[in-house]
Write a protein that binds this ligand. Sequence first.
Ligand SMILES: [Zn+2]
Length: 552
Amino acid sequence: MEKNMHKALYRIYRPTSFIDIVGQEQIISILKNQISEGSVSHAYLFSGGRGTGKTSTAKVFAKAVNCIDPVNQEPCHKCSVCVQGDMDIIEIDAASNNSVDNIRELRENVVYTPSYGKYKVYIIDEVHMLSQGAFNALLKTLEEPPSHVIFILATTEPQKIPATVLSRCQRFDFKKIDKNQIIARMIKILDELGLTYEEEAIELIAQKSDGGMRDALSLLDQAIAYKELTYQNVVHVIGELDYREFHGFVKGIKEKTTVTLLENLQKIEAQGKDLKVFTRDFISYTRDMMVCKSGASQLLSHSGDEIEALEESAALVDMDFIINLIETLSDLEVKIKYATKPKILIEACFIRLTKLTQMISSSSEAATLPQIEELSRKIDELELKISNLEKGVQKPKEKVIQYQEEKKAKAAMPYIDDVRLQANIDDSEKQKLEEVKARMTQVHEVLRKQKNVHLKALLMEGEPVRYVNDCIYIGYDDNFAFHKQTIETQINADHISQALTKVFDKPLKVAFIFKREMGNIKKDEIDEEKNIIEEIKQAFPDVPLEIRERED
Ligand SMILES: [Zn+2]
């Protein structure tokens, strides 16, 4: 198979009929009934875990409601609507179209009748990602939907949907797909592809995919790249660790060898293994340790070598240690679920584990309970900062100022990345930008009083277009390239930055860009991350932390 011809299995085998959708028989049967009785609803909410069939069901349903000649409520794939009617099915990914404007555009379009079929079907995926304003705009449409429109909202996190929206939708909860059904589906695909397989390999994939068909097929896809579907190949793809390595981590935590722990974590990352999978597996390992500690290792279905490693780990520590380990790692698992850089959180967790173990167990430097609580609180704060950084939420004010001063000392120019990210201005940035725009005349006034009239004139030809990491980006149209070029000297930037700081009473930087570049401004999280690492270093001066760039 040519590499550039490769199409993901889960795309090739995406269901086109209800009968191909695995594990959601009840939901399908209700939907089919609604089609045959002509009682379809105008708004649905499909909730459930990743890869449980929400979008696939939505797409088949959208086809089936419009099909002229449905067979057993399935789309016939032959009639004119089935063949040409895809333009009446509109898919929106709320993760990238989450603004009020996107939903307004949608509202303007829903009034037009469908081109081919009876219904226009809007499928909004990851709907929980919509902004508050966008939800409000959507609600207005849901309150009075045109008779030719069906909305299907899909989400993995229904608890994030406003109650007002929920109450307008008929809700279906997609459950995790049964392991045996996932196995059966994979075997069917492998047979069709004419590939041989080891049963344990399929079993392992099904177990790892945790009820999600997409995850299963994507793992299968990677594993068959080796031509043969063997257990070993799957292990390699999944990045499952040898139990001796987990034993090494337990030993490291017990013996407080923080440096070795962090180095070993680095090695695992360098091998290309998924750190989230690593964390999940480490939790399973510690749970099995508990079983061994209780003297019930015969209940575990592991190989002799694995049991040996588990027994050794269990013998090393007491039950309290194991329970603390399980609890701490389980917290970690939640924290890294959506983290783009899980490593730093895992490092903080290991430091927490070794430090707390040290304080609790060390008799020579017996720590008082308040000391332990203080340390625990400090780590909590750091972890909160890290996870806020991941979410891109606003930093506490004093932090911003300190950061600002450091930046000023370095006289660093703002960071502009010209390849990544389209303009993705969230509501809070939008609001800040409005404030800045409203007060720009005051900034002009400051410059005028300083007799910087020329600078003021240059500044007035542009307008604030982004507000990121306390830097205001002044955007110029392409035909004002001369103005942009003239204004962007360090001295001018300093003058304007001072004027901004005066008007807004906080340190602000300024940068000049073309308006077309505004999508390239990326939140400067790399420096922020370094700051957090600095704080960790200050909190734990004896732990040598190394920052390495991850190669993607
Ligand atoms: Zn049809």
